[in-house]
Design a protein around this ligand. Sequence first.
Ligand SMILES: Nc1ncnc2c1ncn2[C@@H]1O[C@H](COP(=O)(O)OP(=O)(O)OP(=O)(O)O)[C@@H](O)[C@H]1O
Length: 269
Amino acid sequence: MRTPSPSWPSSNFSSSASCNPSSSGSPAGGRCALRLEIRSKRFAGREVIRGLSLTAAPGEFLALVGPSGCGKTTALTIAAGLDRDFDGTLDFGGPEPVLGCVFQTPRLLPWRTVRQNVALVLPKARRSDGTAERWLAAMGLETVADEYPGRLSGGMARRVALARAFAVEPGLLLMDEPFVSLDEPTAQRMRALLATMLERSPATVLFVTHNLREAIQLADRILVMAPGPTRVAAEVPLETPRALRDDALVERVRADLLARPDPTFRLLA
Ligand SMILES: Nc1ncnc2c1ncn2[C@@H]1O[C@H](COP(=O)(O)OP(=O)(O)OP(=O)(O)O)[C@@H](O)[C@H]1O
């Protein structure tokens, strides 16, 4: 049985400090640079990535797009520091950042309430200081804080996963197809919500997606990956402010990219 969906939070917000669920009060937070150089990554001797180099400026939203199996998740896992078995370097231009991760599935603990799922990622001293509740409220989820994940819709569960990622005030947010398999209207609302949350709590973002429209809508820069072994084959900066990217603009940019003579872009059609 599913609980009724609470209303979606508004994507407009006041910039006053009291509206910011972040406790640091610092809009810049701990945003970090990201410099990842994968000279070679092998699985059981098979090289899947060669010569992949990517950098992100503090606060930049970088989207990695490319066909299935080309190594996007592998690169993200290395950027998260979860796979150190590669030839190359990972550098944040300073101390290791606080990481927030959002995966293809929400990965909520079914035996914990929504509130507990968010509070669990916080340092012990902050688990009951209202941080989890503030982020749940920011996602429009305050009415389901005491529910268990099994009672949530798919979209609500994804919002809990987003609240959990933002609750740690990440300097680096790693997202692996976070809105895949949602119906399109729900995915659209999630994208708007993500953009709003990033305005409230800025982070450097590495966002993996198959969905070129989604990348055009959200990213500051798109890296197009090509397989065999994987490398960055093209880079697309997006200069129109995110808030001004309506459907028509997204479609126009997508059509322009797919019409490019570079065969890499045809892999994205
Ligand atoms: N643990 C592993 N052991 C062996 N091979 C792996 C492992 N993880 C990934 N691979 C291989 O590495 C390649 C890249 O996989 P990866 O999951 O990074 O691709 P992807 O671009 O994220 O794919 P998708 O878009 O389908 O999620 C694939 O050929 C995959 O089979």
